[in-house]
Each structure stands twice: as structure tokens, then as C-alpha cells.
Design a protein around this ligand. Structure first.
Ligand SMILES: Cc1cc2nc3c(=O)[nH]c(=O)nc-3n(C[C@H](O)[C@H](O)[C@H](O)COP(=O)(O)O)c2cc1C
Length: 165
């Protein structure tokens, strides 16, 4: 069983619903999923290490736990309040994060010049810490009157092979 850490940045709750819809999709596909609505780097790192050990014991080959980050953008390209402590800890983190692979899903509104800026900044920060981005950031534009609660799980299902690392 592969394990996934879902990390959520949401101010008004919309992105949280999208993340929960994707959590359900992953559970139906037999993934073990932890969702972090108030993400704490230490907890996520501990979960990641434990899951990697379990995978290694089960399959006799190292499997990596994937982080999937869902974040909206607020203010003028700012992070949602709930994910700011995680970003601060990550910025100050001296730990080797090269075992971490991630997918970044940004939800925003292209009427803002800073479209999905929080997701883009966080992606760059993770890469600067040695993490591997499994594919280019996926964005959803709320100005197009879409329903990311449906579209994100569909996108994840189509791209599920990205998690087989
Ligand atoms: C005050 C405010 C500022 C926003 N600033 C941005 C922004 O800079 N860039 C962007 O792409 N979207 C921006 N948005 C759009 C939100 O990211 C979008 O509505 C998103 O769906 C909100 O998700 P949430 O409910 O999880 O917080 C802003 C929305 C509000 C209300």
C-alpha cells in the first residue's frame, strides 16, 4: 500500500473540500492517506519516515511516500493563514528532504496578477530543499466557473501513475 500525506492551505474552506474529495479518491484506490488541515512539518516528516519504513519492510524495496499539497492564494499572492507555520518551518528547516516527492495543486483566480502564487512559491521552496516535483504544478482557475471538487479527483485518477515511485 502506498502512503500519501495531503497538506492543505485554505482560507475560506474551498480548497479543503477539494483535498477531501481527492482523499476519498485515493482511499478508494487503496492508498493510506493522512490529511493535514493545520499542517505541521514535524508531524508530516514523522508520518513520512514511518510510512517509508513500513513500505520498505513490506516490499523489500524502498518506496517513497508522496506529499500532495493543495493550496489557494490570498491577499496579494499570500499563503492562507493555516499553511503559513508549515511554510515558516520549511524555510528554516535544515533537514535533508531529498526523500520527499510531491505534487502541487494550486487553486486561484486568474483575475489576480498573482494567480496561484502561493502554490508556485511553495513549489519552488520545496525544490530548494531537495524535494522532487513529480509533475508540473496543476492549477485550477476559479474565474472559469469550474468545480475543482470534481476536476481535481478526475485529474488525480488520470495521473495516478505519478504516485508509483
Ligand atoms: C481576498 C482574496 C484575495 C485573493 N487573492 C488571490 C491571489 O492573489 N491569487 C489568486 O490566484 N487567487 C486569489 N484569490 C482567489 C482564491 O484563491 C480563490 O477564491 C480560492 O478558491 C479560495 O480558496 P479557499 O476557499 O480554500 O481559501 C483571492 C481571494 C480573495 C477572497
Amino acid at each position: 500500500m502506498n502512503a500519501v500525506q495531503i497538506i492543505v492551505g485554505s482560507m475560506l474552506g474551498g480548497t479543503e473540500y477539494v483535498a477531501e474529495a481527492c482523499q476519498e479518491t485515493l482511499i478508494n484506490l487503496d492508498y493510506k492517506v493522512d490529511i493535514h488541515l493545520k499542517p505541521d512539518l514535524n508531524t508530516i516528516m514523522t508520518n513520512t519516515s514511518l510510512a517509508n519504513i513500513v513500505e520498505k519492510n513490506n516490499r523489500n524495496s524502498p518506496q517513497k511516500t508522496v506529499w500532495i499539497i493543495f493550496t489557494s492564494t490570498h491577499g496579494a499572492g499570500d499563503y492562507p493563514d493555516n499553511i503559513q507555520p508549515f511554510v515558516n518551518d520549511l524555510t528554516n528547516c535544515a533537514q535533508d528532504l531529498s526523500t520527499v516527492s510531491f505534487l502541487m495543486i494550486g487553486i486561484g483566480d486568474s483575475n489576480y496578477d498573482t494567480f496561484c502564487y502561493a502554490a508556485k512559491k511553495l513549489s519552488k521552496l520545496l525544490i530548494s530543499k531537495g524535494c522532487t516535483e513529480l509533475t508540473a504544478i496543476k492549477t485550477f482557475d476559479m474565474s472559469e466557473d469550474i468545480d475543482p471538487e470534481d476536476l481535481a479527483p478526475q485529474w488525480l485518477s488520470v495521473n495516478i501513475d505519478l504516485l508509483s515511485i
